[in-house]
Design a protein around this ligand. Structure first.
Ligand SMILES: Cc1ncc(COP(=O)(O)O)c(C=O)c1O
Length: 300
């Protein structure tokens, strides 16, 4: 898969679709100053926004927990015009809701914001390949990195500094992706969930992914779809030792789709290429997308 095109053209800001260069936010916006906001990353295929209701539910939970008053169901009406304005059907869509900018006369560094502050709503989209380009898992070298993030992994906070630092730490071990580990337990990657293929006690092949609440991780929408498509997959703790013995490791996410980690901490994983399970998962995932793109809107 190719990366996104570099610069979004027309963006959404507070109810208007305008050129990115004209979109301006106050330097006192709490998103900028405190990282005080919630985001979502979505994917459209042929104009169908994949599992939009799952993204809305996750975003609403984060907004509610953060006490940011915004109705995530508005994404139903906000996504189509953004895609249409940019003439895109196959795209990544990003939405960010910050708590907003303090009104004149209100302190700009108060941790507690004024109750009637207006959220800042920002969205953009980037063209990506369509479903027919999802043929092969992409690949990466991965490195294990300590998971030092906060304990609210289910909240998609825009404060991603620990993720950025983990990604930097991975490059120091020649990893393009960090696989995060806390107290010997595997959690996820910096922007993806993780699945591993290991041998079970009776020698059977097991596809496993960590639970959401062992180390607190993001309930990935891609992870959820894969678990629905593969009901035999097991949700259970994965130890760092198991990770190093896995015959396959792959990362899943809305943009990433399925990415096989073909090396881990400098050693090949399995045969050093995407394994049969990752290939099957990608195939079935692409079929799922095709079926939904083709289905009438009410049947999805
Ligand atoms: C930390 C983290 N884990 C997992 C994911 C994958 O989630 P999804 O499949 O919903 O994109 C993301 C996506 O941004 C993420 O940031």
């Amino acid at each position: 898969m190719h990366g996104p095109t570099p610069t979004p053209k027309l963006v959404h800001l507070n109810g208007q679709i305008i050129p990115a260069a004209e979109a301006k936010v106050s330097v006192f916006d709490r998103g900028f100053v405190f990282g005080d906001g919630i985001y979502e990353g979505l994917r459209s295929f042929g104009g169908w926004v994949r599992n939009l209701d799952d993204h809305i539910a996750r975003m609403q939970q984060g907004l509610d927990e953060a006490g940011i008053g915004w109705d995530a169901r508005r994404l139903h009406e906000l996504c189509p015009p953004l895609l249409e304005a940019n003439e895109m059907g196959d795209a990544f869509l990003y939405w960010q809701i910050t708590r907003g900018t303090p009104k004149p006369g209100h302190p700009v560094r108060a941790r507690l914001a004024e109750p009637d502050i207006e959220p800042t709503v920002f969205g953009y989209c980037l063209g990506l390949p369509g479903v027919d380009d999802l043929r092969e898992p992409t690949t990466c070298n991965a490195a294990t990195v300590p998971d030092t993030r906060w304990h609210k992994g289910h909240v998609k906070s825009i404060s991603l500094m620990a993720n950025v630092m983990a990604a930097q730490a991975a490059t120091e071990s020649e990893g393009e992706e960090a696989i995060l580990v806390r107290d010997g337990r595997v959690s996820e990657s910096c922007a993806t969930n993780i699945f591993v293929v290991v041998r079970g006690r009776e020698g059977q092949v097991e596809l496993c992914t960590p639970p959401l609440d062992d180390v607190s991780i993001l309930p990935g929408v891609t992870r959820k779809i894969i678990l629905e498509l593969f009901p035999d997959a097991r949700v259970r703790r994965i130890t760092e030792d198991e990770l190093h013995r896995a015959s396959e490791i792959f990362l899943t996410g809305t943009i990433t789709t399925i990415k096989s980690a073909v090396r881990l901490d400098g050693r090949p994983v399995g045969g050093g290429t995407p394994g049969p399970v990752a290939r099957r998962v990608l195939e079935r995932y692409a079929d799922y997308l095709r079926a939904n793109i083709a289905a009438p809107a009410g049947a999805r």
